[in-house]
Write a protein that binds this ligand. Structure first.
Ligand SMILES: N[C@@H](CCC(=O)N[C@@H](CS)C(=O)NCC(=O)O)C(=O)O
Length: 295
């Protein structure tokens, strides 16, 4: 697994597209070192043998800097999805914690939606990309990660369907159910965001909690359909997205069905540290808000 460098945005990185926010601590992944070799050769050919040494040095230096940077918030499961994915895929990348900076003029200039996760990657038409599922799809396409995102159209369609269903149906219920406990602001137009009486807010939260069971069962019976994961024998990007989402339910002590508990353990077992490391940030935040609520 390629190492991940995490740094805090002391001030919102002003021009991170031109200057990667973090430093790689491990040489770039295989594909990168392969292209580094040919770049060295090309540089040496055009510059002559005398400058081979300096060409090597220059390429080695640039190969150490991951071209991929991820702006993220540690307590978020939307972010956790991409953080798990990048680690599971072994992508050389750096992370910048942008807590408190997403609405800064600098961040908004790059990302008018002020959202995380957001990646910056060479070749993106606007230099940046947000939306967790789109990021995983793009990076899986770019790096040919077929194990995480199958190429066959019919298989891929099922992964896409599961992710759209999650973002469009399950996640809004999870957000309405858990955001009050997580101290996250709710979306405009929702009861939880309004001046409604606390009883009304509690009623809306209860309704959302009750609504979770149905889509959850759909993931189990329809998308998994007897297989260990939505992706089959191995977790796909849809599985990463689903398991991360379910992490938030601990904030309200939601009792998951047995299959979901086993499913989450199976993903963590398969992905190991790639899952456990970002999950620890989410779990740590949940433990923190719970301890505050209990105090
Ligand atoms: N559907 C999006 C949701 C992204 C999202 O809501 N991000 C939140 C954190 S959970 C955020 O960055 N909020 C900061 C802000 O709005 O300023 C995804 O899956 O990436």
């Amino acid at each position: 697994m390629a190492k991940t460098t995490t740094k805090n945005a002391k001030k919102p990185a002003a021009k991170p597209a031109a200057k990667p926010a973090g430093k790689a601590t491990k040489p770039a992944a295989k594909a990168s070192s392969a292209s580094a070799k040919s770049a060295t050769k090309a540089a040496a050919k055009s510059a002559g043998k005398a400058s081979l040494k300096s060409a090597r040095k220059a390429v080695a230096k640039s190969a150490k800097k991951p071209a991929l940077t991820l702006s993220m918030l540690k307590p978020s499961v939307n972010n956790m999805s991409v953080r798990v994915f990048a680690r599971a895929a072994g992508l050389d990348h750096s992370e910048t914690d942008v807590w408190g900076h997403t609405r800064s003029p600098e961040y908004m200039a790059r990302n008018p939606a002020h959202l995380t996760p957001m990646i910056e990657d060479k070749g993106l038409p606007r230099g940046v990309l947000w939306e967790s599922c789109a990021i995983m799809q793009y990076l899986a396409n770019k790096h040919g990660l077929e194990k995480l995102y199958p190429k066959a159209p019919a298989k891929r369609a099922m992964i896409d369907s599961a992710m759209f269903y999650l973002i469009g149906t399950l996640y809004p219920y999870v957000a309405r159910a858990t955001y009050p406990a997580l101290n996250f602001p709710q979306y405009a137009g929702e009861v939880g965001h309004s001046d409604a009486h606390p009883d009304k807010k509690a009623e809306a939260q209860k309704a959302a909690i009750e609504a979770i069971a149905e889509p959850l069962e759909v993931f189990h019976s329809f998308f998994r359909n007897g297989k260990p994961f939505i992706g089959g024998k191995n977790p796909s990007i849809a599985d990463i997205r689903l398991a991360a989402t379910l992490e938030f339910l601990a904030a309200i002590d939601y009792v998951l069905p047995q299959w979901a508990k086993e499913y989450m353990s199976a993903i963590e077992k398969k992905l190991g540290k790639a899952y456990a490391e970002p999950a620890a940030d989410v779990r740590g935040y949940i433990a923190h808000v719970k301890s505050q609520a209990a105090a």
